[in-house]
Design a binder for this molecule. Structure first.
Ligand code: CIZ
Ligand code: SF4
Length: 302
């Protein structure tokens, strides 16, 4: 059955000049049929460069929106329209506009895990791969900044640089729910394991980590490391690629760390989306233009 779905997807991809992009946090079966697998930024950059006419973005809404902003002339589809991001939902346009009015001198730096409308209001975007570098760029220039919406990544950056700035009080509940106790427990069970963590985790967890980085950076670190066992503190979907890259290494999670939104998409949904060309991402031209400025600024600084 699944085999037939894959065949049909491949046939439609050819007929319609379509490509499928999937995030590392997606269900394994979706990762396996993707033309490109990556983090949200790498995938959006692929979207911008491809000559495909249709892009099916298997991931959550903000990721597909980012692809649309960088590739506005392409048809960008998301298999499951309701796939959102709990962190992106923690900041909205009205609250951010009010903040800007009350703090007219702040430079506002925002994580890519935000809606296009929020990106349209900020000075620069960042991803987990380039956040430290870009935040440092602004603080070194003496700017007073707001980092939004992830308080954990914000305070991680402050700890790294010994600087102080304001952060929005948002977070990713999947990463934020892991406690230092959970990691200590996992370390007790696997004393030889190296701890790798995503900066969306609480700082008390990051303090225990041997390596902190984005999904892409964690994958590269684990591949190159001589260690054979790892405690992985990020969304569990990453294990699929890790196990493929390193079949002889062992990976443990401190808790389940599963993002339900990232797991909404199955092969059937990708097929239906391709067949019907449904759930197209439509954004206002003005929003695309303004949000693209913040993304371009990020690309310039990273
Ligand atoms: O930007 C991304 O793709 C996310 C959400 C995680 C990461 O670290 O790559
Ligand atoms: Fe959003 Fe967290 Fe899910 Fe990533 S893992 S999509 S940040 S809720």
């Amino acid at each position: 059955m699944k085999k037939e779905i894959v065949q049909r997807i491949n046939q439609l991809k050819k007929e319609k000049k379509a490509i499928i992009l999937a995030h590392y946090y997606c269900n394994d079966e979706v990762q396996d049929i993707a033309d490109y697998l990556g983090d949200s930024l790498a995938l959006s950059q692929i979207a911008a460069k491809t000559d495909a006419e249709i892009i099916v973005f298997a991931g959550v809404h903000f990721m597909a929106e980012t692809a649309k902003i960088l590739a506005p002339s392409k048809k960008v589809l998301i298999p499951k329209e309701e796939a959102g991001c709990k962190m992106a939902d923690m900041i909205d346009v009205i609250s951010l506009m009010k903040y800007k009015k009350d703090n007219p001198n702040k430079k506002i730096i925002c994580y890519v895990n935000t809606t296009a409308a929020v990106k349209a209001l900020v000075d620069c975007c960042v991803t987990s791969t380039n956040a430290l570098k870009i935040i440092k760029h602004y603080t070194d220039l003496g700017h007073d900044i707001l980092y939004c919406p992830d308080k954990n990544l914000g305070s991680y950056a402050m700890n790294q640089f010994g600087s102080k700035f304001e952060t929005w009080q948002g977070c990713c509940p999947i990463h934020d729910d892991v406690t230092q106790g959970d990691v200590l427990e996992a370390k007790k069970l696997h004393p030889k394991a190296i701890v790798v963590a995503h900066p969306e985790c609480q700082n008390s967890v990051l303090e225990l980590a041997d390596y902190v980085g984005s999904t892409k950076q964690i994958l590269a670190y684990v591949k190159e490391s001589n260690a054979l066992e790892f405690i992985v503190c990020t969304e569990c979907g990453i294990l699929h690629q890790m196990q493929k890259d390193c079949p002889d290494k062992k990976f443990y999670m401190p808790t389940t760390m599963l993002c339900e939104d990232m797991k909404l998409t199955y092969l059937e949904d990708v097929l239906e989306c391709l067949e019907k060309e449904s759930n197209e991402i439509i954004l206002d031209k003005e929003i695309i233009q303004a949000a693209k400025k913040s993304l371009d600024k990020m690309l310039e600084l990273s």
